[in-house]
Structure formats: C-alpha cells, structure tokens
Design a protein around this ligand. Structure first.
Ligand SMILES: *[C@@H]1O[C@H](CO)[C@@H](O)[C@H](O)[C@H]1NC(C)=O
Ligand SMILES: *[C@@H]1O[C@H](CO)[C@@H](O)[C@H](O)[C@H]1NC(C)=O
Ligand SMILES: *[C@@H]1O[C@H](CO)[C@@H](O)[C@H](O)[C@H]1NC(C)=O
Ligand SMILES: *[C@@H]1O[C@H](CO)[C@@H](O)[C@H](O)[C@H]1NC(C)=O
Ligand SMILES: *[C@@H]1O[C@H](CO)[C@@H](O)[C@H](O)[C@H]1NC(C)=O
Ligand SMILES: *[C@@H]1O[C@H](CO)[C@@H](O)[C@H](O)[C@H]1NC(C)=O
Length: 356
C-alpha cells in the first residue's frame, strides 16, 4: 500500500527539488538507465490505489483496485494485461474483475492489497483492513490466515520451498514512526499466524514495512522499511532476514541491512519488491516513477524509469516467458487513476517460474 496522498505530493516535490544524483556506494557509470513503456490502460479500468501486482501460470498479470464494474476503492481484483491480447479485454465485464471482496460478514470494509497466485490456482490476497489474508478460488474467498494483532497485512511473499507458507508486511503510517511498532512482519504457516519478534525489528531499526520478497533459493527474506520523523520520511532501507529452509520459518535474529537509499532517495518510499530467478531484486520507488534493480549482493545495477507513472506501487514479471516486468501505480497526470507499464527484461521472474 502506498500512503497518504498529501505525502506522495510532498515526496514528489522533494525528489524534484534535490536533483543531485546519488550514487549509493557504487560508481554511477555502472548503473544502466532504461525506460519502460506505458500500457495506456483505459482510465476507467483501475483506480489510483492500483496495487497487488500478481502473475498466474500463463503470465497474465493482475492488480487490485479494478473499478470498471463499479466496485469501490480496493475492493476488486482483475487482470490489467493478458499474455494473449495485452490490455484489449481489460474493460470486458464478462472477464473482469475475477474477484470482488465481499463487504458482508467482516468487521471493516475490505481493503485488498498484496496478492500472489499459488500453483493450484488459488490466489492469496491480503485484506489490510481486516487483519487477514484471503484465499480465492473461482471468485469465492475464504480466510487463509488471520490474527487480530496483525498490522494490516500490506504485501505478501510466498515461501519458495514450503507450500502454504507466506510472509506478510504491514505498516501504520504515523507522523513519527517507532521501530518495531509501526511496522510488522508475520509468517502464516497455513492458518497459523506467527509474529516475528518486534524487539528484533526495533533493534535493527525497522519502521514501516512494505515491500516483501523471498530469494529464489528460499534462504532469505527481503523486507523494506521506511522511517517517518515529524511528517518527513527520513530513511528507506531493505533488510535481509534468514529463513530456516527445512521449515520456512524466519530465524529469530536481527536482520541485516541489504540496501539503503541515501541522500534525496532516502525520502522516497520503497513499495513493491520482486525477485527474478537469478536473485536480482526489483524495487519500486513510490513517488519517483521508477524501479531499481539490485544484484543479490546489493549492488545497484539498473534504473527503469516509468514515464506516466507517479507511483509505482507494485510490480511483477509476466508475459509468455515470464521475462516482462510489469509495474502498476497511480498515473502521474491524475493520481486517482491507475496506470501500468512494462519493461522487457532478460531474466524470468521468480513467481512465474514457481508456477510452471
Ligand atoms: C557520485 O560519483 C561521482 C563520480 O564518481 C562523484 O563526483 C560524486 O561526488 C558522487 N556523488 C555522490 C552524491 O556521492
Ligand atoms: C463483481 O461485481 C460486479 C459488479 O457487481 C459484477 O458485475 C461481476 O460479475 C462481479 N464479478 C465477480 C467475479 O464476482
Ligand atoms: C477500514 O475500516 C474502517 C473502520 O471500519 C473504515 O472507517 C475505513 O473506511 C476502512 N478503509 C477502507 C479503505 O475501506
Ligand atoms: C497506529 O499508531 C498510532 C500511534 O502510535 C496508534 O494510536 C494507533 O492505534 C495505531 N494503529 C494501529 C492500527 O495499530
Ligand atoms: C520536514 O520537512 C520540512 C519541509 O521540507 C522541513 O521544513 C522540516 O524542517 C522537516 N522536519 C524535520 C524534523 O526534519
Ligand atoms: C482525475 O480523474 C478523475 C476520475 O476520472 C476525474 O474525476 C478528475 O476530474 C480528474 N482530475 C483531473 C485534474 O484531471
């Protein structure tokens, strides 16, 4: 999930006023700069809360905040591009959306966000407003896991080795965030929800958690953290956690910093994160209209600029071969409308490969 619209505007302003390029710890001449292609989604298809990019086994890509069938914000999940036909059927109401979140029998109006397809065709979708993850099959949902103490969940990642095991991020966007309190990390082993010790997050200075992804070998979990101080975003980092591979459980130890955005980039929120099969990590820079590609060693390799997108909020590899990187986010011209873009990569996405 992104954050308050006012903050987005503030961040965009901040990123333009500080034009000095930051090198991180790497020479800028090794960073490839490329450009994505706008998909020109019909403006009535998705709202500005477009998020939860997910791929199925065919390489079709989906997102939340489908609006064309009349659903309210973050209530419907549909495809935004198909492997056969691209965006041509997006507004075909016989085909889209493929899921509407029911407002009946839940404490709060659903706010669906992160999503992932499982190999058996089920879709797991986080409901950030009801502390639960839904399991969707044939447009009907059941609760996959829930715990009243869950902060959101926001986005989710699948274990590479263990079926029915997922990891969840979640944040509480306050003016000043407190480490270990305004960001959380949960694991669901099937319906059993377990919280990663907040004290360890506090020790590592983990604040608002958002992007979440497993490495293709299944040994690591990447989790983003953003810090707010008096209404300003002051730090954006990616942490790496160790996974006990035989069980998929996160090891109770302080995570290490995998990458830290510095200078003006520190104020730009990390949102969605996805890995390719080689372990490169692709990270959306929400508010700055770009994605960065980091090597498994945490080297900045590439910047993918996304013209037309103010977000981007999330991303996923799809297409027939699983090598096309799709991004979704609010449009730059009008943040109430959902935009999407693509970039032809050279490596297959981890999520796509796991579904084959
Ligand atoms: C970036 O690298 C260039 C060339 O090495 C250097 O001149 C510049 O000071 C660096 N900028 C920052 C912000 O580190
Ligand atoms: C979602 O809701 C819309 C509007 O009520 C309806 O047209 C569509 O058939 C529903 N789709 C599914 C998959 O439930
Ligand atoms: C989340 O739930 C609260 C409490 O019911 C409600 O006021 C709010 O509108 C909900 N948020 C969304 C985005 O639906
Ligand atoms: C978010 O943090 C504020 C300030 O600490 C607190 O009052 C509020 O209850 C928190 N919300 C949730 C959902 O935890
Ligand atoms: C927050 O940002 C505003 C606007 O850039 C600035 O005036 C203010 O000093 C900052 N506050 C802190 C605590 O850094
Ligand atoms: C943005 O899009 C919305 C929804 O289509 C529309 O109502 C609004 O007028 C647009 N705003 C601007 C500034 O174009």
């Amino acid at each position: 999930m992104s954050f308050l619209k006012a903050f987005v505007r503030l961040l965009i302003a901040a990123s333009f006023s500080l034009a000095t390029a930051q090198n991180g710890s790497y020479p800028s001449n090794t960073v490839q700069i490329v450009k994505g292609v706008d998909l020109q989604l019909p403006p009535t298809a998705f709202g500005g809360g477009i998020e939860g990019a997910a791929v199925n086994a065919q390489g079709d890509v989906f997102a939340v905040d489908y609006r064309a069938a009349g659903a309210g914000p973050n209530k419907a999940f549909g495809f935004f591009s198909e492997t056969e036909g691209g965006t041509e059927s997006v507004l075909n109401l016989a085909a889209n959306p493929i899921f509407n979140a029911s407002t009946e029998g839940v404490a709060n109006p659903p706010l669906i966000n992160g999503a992932r397809f499982l190999k058996d065709g089920r879709i797991l979708i986080a409901d950030a407003n009801n502390s639960r993850v839904l399991s969707v099959k044939d447009a009907r949902s059941s609760t996959f896991c829930t715990d009243a103490a869950m902060l959101q969940p926001n986005d989710l990642a699948l274990s590479v080795n263990i079926p029915e095991m997922i990891y969840l991020s979640g944040q509480n966007f306050t003016e000043t965030t407190i480490a270990g309190q305004h960001g959380a990390l949960w694991t669901c082993a099937g319906s059993t929800a377990m919280q990663f010790p907040p004290a360890l997050l506090a020790q590592a200075d983990v604040h608002r958690t958002n992007g979440i992804e497993t490495s293709p070998c299944g040994r690591h979990l990447y989790l983003s953290s953003a810090t707010n101080v008096a209404g300003n975003v002051t730090a954006n980092r990616i942490y790496r956690f160790n996974i006990h591979t035989p069980t998929g459980i996160l090891i109770s130890q302080t995570p290490s910093v995998f990458y830290e955005f510095t200078g003006a980039d520190a104020a730009i929120d990390i949102d969605g994160m996805r890995a390719d099969v080689r372990g490169n990590l692709y990270v959306t820079r929400n508010g700055d209209g770009k994605i960065v590609k980091l090597s498994p060693e945490g080297q900045l390799l590439m910047t993918i600029n996304l013209p037309g997108m103010g977000g981007p909020s999330n991303l996923e590899f799809g297409g027939a071969e699983g090598k096309t990187l799709f991004a979704v986010g609010s449009c730059k011209a009008n943040a109430t409308i959902g935009c999407a873009a693509k970039f032809e990569g050279e490596t297959v996405g981890k999520a796509f490969r796991l579904l084959q």
